[in-house]
Ligand binder design. Structure first.
Ligand code: ZN
Length: 309
């Protein structure tokens, strides 16, 4: 009997789930909404319903297990979400164990950016390497580190919080308590605040700032240069720490790649001896918003060493 896994990507308002074969073929996807105001029991119900729908559709195959990517800090051994801006109602709730009991199948809980990094390693831009870093650029910045083909967790499960790396000493204050975090200087939100500061326009979206840059607006171009410098500083630190062959970025902001990449690479070049003397690659991720689904599905496959031949 052929085998498949289910990957779930839980966001603040929506939930996506995918059935993926253990050899990495996408079999089917569904999207649903979650209503966090109804409490953790309801969220678990919604997740279980999506998983059961997919399991039913593929009942001629054996379900290896389920992986769930969530935005936030998690304790990997206990399967708990410790802190999350989007999923406060789930903080401290034993979500993994509840879902596992309901399904009677193994469930693995993982941070969403870690899952996306693993997805890129399994079926995306990182297929040909065993070690990589992924930065997910959105309203915040997430990070995932893959070492020897596996997510680097640290001793609790909170490693890879790359959005909270300090890139500007005494820079912009961050919700995490620090100042100058990468996500306060290079996320879509940071682009929007810079456009306010520079008087480009009130409440402009990052996309609108990008459109200004395309039209040749110097202030808009400056914003992407500053963003590229912040990202380059972070990536130079990562290159110096890890000497990995590949650093990937994903997210809608990649549309502005040509505006921020030159500043980024210039920053990495001067800050990293290792970069200047190796064939280190800094590239766009390949799977878009499906990376998290692939990675989440791969978690139980990897955990149970299911053969993918
Ligand atoms: Zn922070």
């Amino acid at each position: 009997m052929t085998q498949f896994a289910i990957g779930v990507d839980l966001g603040g308002t929506n939930l996506r789930a995918a059935a993926i074969s253990v050899s990495g073929q996408m079999l089917g996807k569904i999207a649903a909404e979650t209503d966090l105001s109804k409490g953790p029991g309801q969220v678990v119900d919604d997740i279980v319903r999506s998983i059961e729908t997919l399991r039913q559709r593929h009942r001629e195959q054996r379900l290896t297990g389920v992986g769930i990517g969530v935005p936030g800090f998690i304790r990997i051994a206990e399967g708990l979400i410790v802190g999350s801006n989007n999923l406060r109602c789930l903080e401290g709730y034993p979500i993994r164990d509840h879902i596992e009991r309901r399904l009677g199948a193994p469930v693995v809980l993982e941070n969403d950016a870690n899952a996306a990094a693993l997805g890129e390693k399994w079926m995306g831009a990182g297929k040909d390497v065993e070690d990589l870093v992924l930065l997910t650029l959105g309203t915040g910045i997430g990070g995932g580190i893959i070492s020897h083909g596996r997510v680097l967790h640290g001793f609790v499960g909170m490693a890879g919080e790359l959005g909270h790396m300090t890139v500007v000493t005494n820079g912009n204050p961050c919700g995490c308590g620090n100042r100058g975090c990468l996500e306060k200087h290079a996320s879509a939100t940071a682009i929007e605040s810079m456009s306010n500061l520079l008087g480009l326009g009130e409440q402009l979206s990052a996309k609108a700032v990008f459109d200004f840059a395309v039209q040749g607006d110097e202030r808009a171009k400056m914003i992407f240069t500053a963003m590229g410098q912040a990202l380059g500083t972070a990536i130079a630190n990562l290159v110096n720490i890890f000497n990995f062959p590949l650093y990937l970025m994903s997210g809608g902001v990649l549309a502005a790649w040509d505006f921020f990449y030159p500043a980024l690479v210039e920053e990495v070049r001067w800050r990293s001896f290792t970069y200047r003397n190796t064939q280190t690659r800094i590239e766009k991720a390949a799977l878009g918003n499906e990376a998290g689904l692939y990675g989440a599905a791969y978690l139980p496959v990897q955990a149970h060493r299911v053969t993918t031949e």
